[in-house]
Design a protein around this ligand. Structure first.
Ligand code: SIN
Length: 291
């Protein structure tokens, strides 16, 4: 097994591992180390079943069963969240527009996800080129690149995160409709509440500071009036997602990507037509209270 850094501000590829087979403790240790150090890990040409995907994911911790996405969970494996634009017999196989706004998974919970593992089953192509890339930005470099006075100011601040349905459908900057999606049920809405996380979050393994805000789930900077909060949030979100912090992954069927939900945020590029089939399976590893 070998870890090869990607030619990008974050990420590494691991070669020489077959995820159909149980991963030994020493291999797992090396994967976990590479994961903490690089934020995104790419495994190519894997041919895994949903159960093998789950088994490998469970090495990192317990898996989330995403209550807000109940209708998009795999019917036999609720630990798998299905991201797909495919409709069969009038029914969507998965959530078609997942991740179209920069975010980090489950930051709307008091214990957000440690990391997610996304497996490509069908990838759309046009003129031989894959579509539906996923972009990842490093929040370690984003924090390090802030002026020191801003770093000190943020070090004592928290932000509120919430699953806000409107953010999926309306672009806050332009107020333009992004698209429609199925509404939450009343029961799901009752589960929504604000949680508060440090903006300068400490990575639980490396101890590095990560800029922990995102456009999809961060709704306010605590302690500021609404105008100041909106302005600072917009400034930080714009800073965090600059080109110089980004790795853009071009998918091939069989790729399994895992990303760190503390040190990175991500965005799914919606550049394919509804008829271009895309089918991805995601597991989401539980995390701990941010500090
Ligand atoms: C996600 O945000 O988990 C989905 C990413 C993707 O489909 O590329």
């Amino acid at each position: 097994m070998e870890v090869r850094k990607l030619d990008a501000p974050l990420g590494a590829e691991i070669v020489g591992i077959d995820l159909r087979k149980p991963v030994s403790d020493s291999q797992f240790e090396a994967v976990a180390k590479a994961f903490a150090e690089n934020g995104v890990i790419v495994f190519r040409a894997q041919d895994i079943t949903p159960q093998q995907h789950i088994d490998f994911s469970r090495r990192f911790g317990e898996l989330e069963v995403l209550k807000f996405y109940a209708q998009y969970l795999h019917k036999d494996h609720p630990e798998i969240f299905v991201v797909s634009n495919i409709v069969e017999n009038g029914k969507s196989l998965g959530l078609p527009d997942a991740g179209r706004v920069w975010h980090t998974d489950v930051s709307y919970k008091g214990e957000p996800s440690l990391g997610s593992l996304l497996y490509a089953r069908e990838v759309p192509h046009r003129e031989g080129k894959p579509l539906g890339d996923t972009m990842f930005a490093t929040m370690i470099s984003a924090f390090d690149a802030l002026p020191t006075d801003m770093q000190s100011k943020l070090s004592n601040m928290t932000a509120s995160h919430r699953l806000d349905e409107k953010r999926y459908t309306v672009d806050l900057k332009t107020q333009k409709e992004r698209g429609k999606r199925a509404q939450l049920t009343d029961e799901q809405r009752k589960m929504i509440k604000d949680v508060h996380h440090p903006i300068a979050r400490t990575h639980p393994v490396t101890g590095k500071k990560c800029l922990y805000i995102n456009e999809l789930f961060t709704v306010a900077i605590d302690g500021l009036d609404p105008t100041e909060s909106d302005e600072l949030l917009a400034q930080l979100c714009q800073h965090a997602t600059q080109q110089k912090f980004i790795y853009r992954h071009r998918w091939a069927v069989g790729d399994l990507l895992m990303w760190d939900n503390c040190s990175t945020q991500h965005l799914a590029v919606g550049d394919y037509a509804p008829t271009d089939r895309r089918l991805m399976h995601r597991t989401t590893v539980r995390g701990s209270v941010p500090f």
